[in-house]
Design a protein around this ligand. Structure first.
Ligand SMILES: C[S@@+](CC[C@H](N)C(=O)[O-])C[C@H]1O[C@@H](n2cnc3c(N)ncnc32)[C@H](O)[C@@H]1O
Length: 192
């Protein structure tokens, strides 16, 4: 009951922040549990390694990861919006919430997890970002990932929001979720 109230507070806050800064928020509503379940399925590669989530928003995806059985202490959420980061810290106290920029992961993540991250899940609005920012974020991700790690990104277009070839990445479509507002497609990117 408390968790539900907490989540609906988060949804209201998310909508308010999206009205203030639509390009940065990049969505009209938090992600659905159906989208969260698909991402959680591909994020949980083992029981121990850290998982980094980019763009925590109101914590909808984080809650799905936890619901899928992922220990919240393994999850590191990066959120650029200070108000949302403060909310996330109080709503999901067992998770590691970091107020910061996804393009600076090497600086803002704890040093002990650098090079050990097998999955990064991202709800960042890549499509709204200039190519230079997209590049900084992807480089920052692959710099801190374990060898063979994967970057999972959902996007509201059926097409990939990342030009995989330009970054020497291999892309794979993991699925499309129609029960999301708007419908979303999940892509996985890996580096050979
Ligand atoms: C589409 S929302 C994510 C929603 C959330 N994952 C969910 O499950 O509902 C995108 C989030 O990314 C955050 N964001 C945008 N650019 C960012 C950046 N460079 N670094 C970290 N967070 C960023 C926004 O503030 C926003 O909260």
């Amino acid at each position: 009951m408390y968790a539900q109230t907490n989540a609906s507070l988060g949804t209201k806050l998310f909508i308010l922040r999206a009205l203030r800064n639509p390009r940065q928020l990049g969505a009209v509503a938090p992600s659905s549990r159906h989208l969260g379940a698909l991402l959680a399925k591909y994020a949980a590669v083992d029981d121990v390694s850290p998982i980094v989530e980019l763009g925590g928003g109101s914590g909808s995806l984080t809650r799905s990861l936890i619901k899928a059985g992922i220990d919240p202490a393994r999850i590191y959420v990066i959120e650029l919006d200070k108000t949302l980061a403060t909310y996330l810290r109080s709503a999901l106290p067992q998770t590691n919430i970091i107020h910061g920029n996804a393009s600076e992961l090497g600086k803002i993540l704890p040093s002990e997890i650098l090079g050990k991250v097998h999955r990064i899940v991202s709800g960042l609005p890549m499509i709204n970002m200039p190519e230079s920012v997209r590049r900084q974020i992807l480089e920052s991700c692959f710099d801190i990932m374990a060898p063979g790690g994967a970057y999972l990104q959902y996007t509201y277009s059926p097409r990939s929001s990342i030009d995989a070839k330009a970054y020497q990445l291999t892309k794979k479509r993991l699925g499309t979720i129609f029960l999301n507002l708007p419908p979303a497609t999940v892509w996985q990117y890996t580096k050979e």
